[in-house]
Design a protein around this ligand. Structure first.
Ligand SMILES: CC(C)(COP(=O)(O)OP(=O)(O)OC[C@H]1O[C@@H](n2cnc3c(N)ncnc32)[C@H](O)[C@@H]1OP(=O)(O)O)[C@@H](O)C(=O)NCCC(=O)NCCS
Length: 144
């Protein structure tokens, strides 16, 4: 069966939401649709899905990270491969797509943040030659 990557679309909302669940985020269909629309509404973000036959079996989000203290770069904002299709090169395909997107936008580096508990995923990224450059805590406060 054919396997290929294409840009994410609102039509992908059901499989994308299901894959968000596998990533540990239980989003409603409406919220997932809003998020896809928001990603597609700016030049600084994008999303891609892997299509295998009739199925969406993975997705990646990528965006430009602009900050004051260092040069802008690109960031992988989310990545998941359907657990029935892992260890077949699909995650690597999606990371390559994000690298290509970053290069085409003219940025020199691609980074990502990954939960400390995802130890297997750290090995995946290191296998793909990403280096650990720092460790962080994420803080949050309610504002509304
Ligand atoms: C992380 C994840 C996206 C990897 O996708 P995948 O399709 O299973 O990975 P691939 O098959 O493309 O692996 C690519 C390469 O990494 C290697 N690799 C994968 N997992 C590895 C691990 N735990 N340790 C060492 N190498 C690993 C593969 O052997 C393969 O090597 P090769 O190219 O030399 O053959 C997938 O496991 C996943 O969705 N995990 C849960 C969600 C998650 O952690 N998302 C990332 C959040 S930041």
């Amino acid at each position: 069966m054919e396997i290929f990557i294409r840009q994410i679309s609102e039509k992908d909302v059901f499989p994308v939401a299901a894959l968000c669940g596998q990533l540990g985020y239980d989003l409603s269909i409406d919220q997932t649709r809003e998020n896809i629309k928001a990603v597609l509404s700016t030049n600084n973000h994008d999303g891609f899905v892997v299509v295998f036959g009739e199925e969406i079996i993975g997705w990646i989000g990528v965006g430009v990270a602009i900050q004051i203290e260092s040069p802008a770069c690109c960031e992988i904002r989310g990545l998941v491969v359907d657990d029935r299709y892992r260890n077949r090169g699909v995650g690597k395909m999606l990371v390559e797509k994000a690298k290509q997107w970053c290069h085409e936008k003219g940025y020199k580096s691609l980074r990502l943040r990954c939960n400390m508990k995802r130890t297997q995923t750290h090995l995946f990224y290191q296998h793909l030659n990403f280096r650990v450059v720092k460790e962080q805590k994420v803080f949050e406060i309610e504002t509304g």
